[in-house]
Design a protein around this ligand. Sequence first.
Ligand code: E4P
Length: 214
Amino acid sequence: MKFFLDTANLDEIRAGAAMGLVDGITTNPSLVAKEGKDFKTLVGQICEIITGPVSAEVVSTECNAMMKEARELTKIADNIIVKLPTIAEGVKACKICTEEGIRTNLTLIFQPLQALAVAKCGASFCSPFLGRLDDIGHDGMDLIADIRTIYDNYHFSTEILAASLRHPLHVVQAAKLGADVGTMPFKVFEMMLKHPLTDIGLEKFLADWGKMKS
Ligand code: E4P
């Protein structure tokens, strides 16, 4: 499973990159707005730190306008993935992007047929939002399982990017179900390596080592 960070914060991205575990980045308009910086400049800076896929989202809702944004975004860096909303206009834009060789991430996916449609249009990634489904009383993991089955049935190469992951257990579950990528906030990324027994065990090892006569 590839690990993506779901953030537009440069400090978090640098810290994640330093650990050597970050394969890519996802951003969205809310995450970018939080940083209060010029969108394209910020995305360019992210692409200088991370060489893997960096998703940057369009904010238009009509196909031609989306395509204009998509073509502009791809000029920022070679590793830009154009993020499009999974609405009819976004799916139309996805098809055109595929024809033009622009890589895409179709976002805000909440049901399996959206995932099937975007794969048929050649999306590079599909982003089911698990946490937001859990928030309204559904089991987001069912969606990952359904998409995995459908993509495997028809040999689609679209990668399943498990998004809206809120805690480490979400990452574990998505990995067990075969999601290709998990994108997570920095705080979840940090929690992935933590276990209290690891800290207690290490403390004891070092204390015992300290007692040893040299
Ligand atoms: C993914 O691309 C999205 O930016 C993200 O995972 C949304 O997560 P949220 O539901 O926690 O806002």
